[in-house]
Every structure is written in C-alpha cells, then in structure tokens.
Write a protein that binds this ligand. Sequence first.
Ligand code: FDA
Length: 309
Amino acid sequence: MVLRQALLTGARSRRLRKLVSTMPVSSAIVARYVAGETADEAVEAARRLLTDGLQSSIDYLGEDTHDRDQATRSTQAYLILLDRLHRAGLTRGAEISVKLSAVGRALGSDGEKIALDNARSIADAARNAGTTVTLDMEDHTTVEPTLSILHELRRDFPETGAVLQAYLHRTEADCRDLAYEGSRVRLCKGAYNEPGSVAYQKTGDVDRSYVRCLKVLMAGQGYPMIATHDPRLIEIAGALAMRHDRSRGSYEFQMLYGIRPQEQRRLADLGDTVRVYVPYGDEWYAYLMRRMAERPANAAFFVRSLLTR
Ligand code: FDA
C-alpha cells in the first residue's frame, strides 16, 4: 500500500520523470507495457494482436498538458494514427482511447472547450475511418468535466465510449446513468491515488464495488467493456452475462498491453471479444509508474533495471 502510494506520487514527480525517462523505450520493462514511440509501431502492435484474434484500443501517451501547442500536437497525433490505421485496413479491430487532459482540458478556463473541440475532431476522424473513441478517466477531480464532455460529444457521436472507475463511491450511480442502449462503458478498478473521502481504500471494498457496478451494467441496455485482469471478476462477468442472457459480442473484455497475454488469448479462443489497450508515444513515464504501482513485484524489477542500466 505504502509502495503503491509512493509510486503514484512519483508518477507526478518531475525529477523522477527526468531520471526514468532516460531509459530507452526498448528496455525490457518499458517495452513490456508500451508498444513503441511511433504511430507505425502502434499500428504494427494492433496488426499483431488482430492476427491473434484480439482487438485493440490505442492510446497516444500524454497527459496533464498545460500548453496549447502540445494539446494541438496530441490531437494531430491521433489524426495521423487514425489515418495509418485506416490505410492499414485495421479500423474494424482497432479503436482509440483519449485522455482529455492530453488534448487541453487542463488549459485554464477555456480548457474544457478546447478539449471538447479537439475530442470532436478526433471523434469525427475516427468515424470517417470506421472506428470509435473511448474517453479515458483520470483522477477524481476530472470525473465531472469528463462526463460533461462525454455527454456533449455523444450528441453527435453516440458511439463514444466512457470509462468509470469502481474505486470511486459515486460510480455505481454513474453506471446506472450510463447503462442505456448504445452506451459503451468501460469499467475498471481505477489507477490513481485517491483520498478516502471519494474512493474505497481497501482492495476488498474496491472489488465489491466493481461487482455491484458490473451487475448494473450487465443488467442494463448498454455495451459493458469489462476492463480487468482479475480472474475472479472475469469469472463473475461471465456468470452475469449468462444470467442476463447476454450473447457473446454484447459485451467485451479489455486488458492492458503486456498484462496476462495468455488469458487474453484464452478468452478470445472461447469466442469472447477481447480488446487490448495499446499505449504508445514517448510520454510513457506516468503510465509506466501506474503499472508499477499495481504490482510490487514489478516495482522491484523496475528499480533493479534503473540501477543496473
Ligand atoms: P488488480 O490490480 O487487482 O490485478 C488483478 C491481477 O492482474 C493481478 O493479480 C495480476 O495478476 C494482474 N495485473 C494487474 N496489474 C498488473 C501489472 N501492472 N503488471 C502485471 N500484472 C498485473 N484506470 C483508470 O483510472 N482510468 C482509465 O481510463 C483506465 N483505463 C483502462 C483501460 C483498460 C483496457 C484496462 C484493462 C485498465 C484501465 N485502467 C484505467 C487501469 C485500471 O484502473 C487498473 O489500474 C488496472 O487494470 C489493474 O486493475 P485490475 O482490475 O487488473 O486488478
């Protein structure tokens, strides 16, 4: 718990970012979780996954953008990625994930408008390419603006996916609001360092909340996207799908690139839709730190790779 908090705090440290970011993206620990630095490498990863029967949601890494040019560059990066996916004929199996903070949400009082405009251009390009966008969820202070941008975006692009985090007290109610027909909702546990005033702190409480949220989504009319590597939750999701007579294809499983790849293939072999979240780009530091925080064994391996470079 202490190590998890230290790593999540470290995810925001500039000094640590500077030190860790000198590691090459090809180093084993980074390459396990990040597909590469360029759009071509991301497209290649999506192609490999598709050959294995797995779909993907590609994330151009970047967050907490405080500079308008950077927000424009991130938006451009998505447009380029969508073009490459389209040309490669991969948009049936690959969608994209976007963090609103990467496309401008944190840019002062105009931030929400800038992020909405940028997200709209990305959603438009995605639709023209034949695919969809899902809006990632960041720390709890961003939930309201993210949901409000989601609602705006869904007026023109109802296919836009949402992410909800089971560790937040509010999420079961958000699941009820979003369990309507056509609504794509990715349910994850949540990856940020959140206070007890807004989030469950104990693993068991987070898991129980996940199950309650899952019950709402599976009983509802929307399209649940079950984003977890937790074997118990995956089993419960399967049982709930049977209870609600959901056919395969009326929900999907999602996992992160590099985590439990055999389980990804096992579920796909059973006929389930499985989508892998594929991050790429040179801003991989904060993403990597969150993955380290999820598993103490990773953190030890990570510190060793830093020291023995
Ligand atoms: P948990 O952390 O309990 O892990 C269950 C098991 O999975 C572990 O016992 C281990 O076997 C394996 N595992 C998990 N993490 C691992 C790791 N890093 N390395 C190796 N093995 C690991 N969060 C968020 O706040 N906003 C978001 O938008 C998203 N988006 C998102 C998309 C997708 C597709 C996924 C799968 C996840 C996210 N997340 C996220 C991250 C999510 O909130 C959560 O932090 C991780 O998925 C880990 O939680 P699990 O549910 O896997 O459970």
